[in-house]
Design a protein around this ligand. Structure first.
Ligand code: ATP
Ligand code: LTN
Length: 332
């Protein structure tokens, strides 16, 4: 811990275009938390290759992801931003932790079960081991808090189990992290099938909004979002589509659910949808401009990820050395 601030670690895979779900469920919270915590924000390229990646796309997306962090308001002076593969301790710690992780617990992971369904039978051992690498990411920085969307809760639980087990086997080594899952926005739903999470790998493009979608596309997608025939803007389980749009509006604007219900009483969905679309456009447009600027400035990005990896390597290696020593390896 530095300056008594608690430590935050989080990461996003550079494996596809980012959605409004990723932004509201993860990055927007990071921006809020950065003042209070010592933060590490990582682009997890080692995780991305658990499924097949085109090398040139992976390269482009990794830098884009860093540009998105910056454009969203993560301050490079206050936080450590880095690329996971630039800190070899992640791969090494993942191996050490793999050796005290059970096949049984890994095979219960929902994300593994879901993703291996779509892999056409060739499931990589990396996909199976994914949660151990994620545990290594988190534990190496003695992390207190991990801000993620709801879908990552199970991975956080196994990271805690892995850390606790190592502490028990070899004496106290790791801080055991807590998840930080926001009350609102932690699970943005698909606009076409509001019982499913919004995902960049969703089949219907009208179901997700990408961070880089132009304003007219955002307006069209929100306008086409599935609602219901009740015609009342209300927050409940019978109106999942409307509930999701209300969640998006409240997460972006800060206007409470009650205020939204009050404001649209008797007005139907048309004005409501227009306002949701404009809120998203107002939030994303300035970020999009900055993403384009940062992406074009390769030298600036390089400066940030190099400085970030220096600090990250220092902190991660300290923990890794402790692990090696406790396991019984001869010091180098
Ligand atoms: P995919 O959707 O393609 O399976 P992913 O978006 O879940 O991938 P990541 O890009 O690594 O995978 O997710 C980054 C962060 O975004 C994580 O913290 C995750 O919990 C969060 N997140 C992803 N989808 C949503 C969503 N629909 N709503 C809120 N948060 C989300
Ligand atoms: N599995 C996460 C990405 C991730 C992560 C992490 C998140 C990898 N390592 C460490 C928080 C902390 C996902 O969102 N799919």
């Amino acid at each position: 811990m530095e300056g008594n601030k608690k430590v935050i670690f989080s990461g996003i895979q550079p494996s596809g275009d980012l959605t409004l779900g990723n932004y509201l469920g993860a990055i927007k919270n990071w921006v809020k938390l950065q003042e209070e915590y010592e933060c590490y924000f990582c682009v997890v390229d080692l995780h991305a290759i658990t499924v097949k990646q085109e090398p040139k796309d992976l390269r482009r997306r990794t830098l884009e992801m860093l540009a998105i962090y910056l454009a969203s308001g993560i301050d490079p002076e206050k936080n450590t931003m880095f690329i996971q593969s630039h800190v070899p301790a992640h791969s090494e710690a993942a191996w050490l932790l793999t050796c005290s992780t059970y096949m049984g617990e890994l095979s219960r992971m929902t994300q593994y079960k879901e993703k291996s369904k779509n892999s056409g039978g060739n499931i990589s051992a990396g996909l199976f081991n994914y949660p151990v690498l994620m545990a290594a990411d988190i534990l190496l920085y003695q992390t207190d808090l991990v801000p993620v969307g709801k879908d990552q809760q199970q991975h956080l639980e196994i990271a805690r189990d892995i850390g606790e087990r190592f502490n028990r086997l070899y004496s106290d080594t790791f801080v055991i992290p807590e998840p930080y899952i926001a009350k609102l926005g932690a699970k943005i739903m698909d606009l076409q099938e509001p019982n499913k999470k919004m995902s960049k790998s969703g089949e219907n493009v009208n179901g997700f909004i990408l961070i880089m979608d132009p304003p007219e596309v955002i307006r069209k997608k929100v306008n086409r979002a599935v609602t219901d025939s009740l015609g009342v803007v209300a927050y409940n389980e019978q109106q999942l589509g409307v509930k999701n749009l209300m969640t998006i509006l409240t997460t972006i604007t800060g206007i409470s659910i009650e205020e939204i219900e009050e404001k649209y009483k008797g007005l139907g969905y048309s004005q409501f949808k227009k306002d949701v679309a404009e809120a998203i456009v107002a939030e994303l447009e300035p970020i999009q401009k900055k993403i384009v600027e940062y992406t074009a400035n390769k030298a600036y990005l390089e400066g940030i990820y190099k400085k970030g990896s220096e600090k990250a390597n220092y902190v991660a290696n300290k923990t890794l050395r402790k692990m090696q020593k406790k396991i019984g390896f001869i010091p180098r």
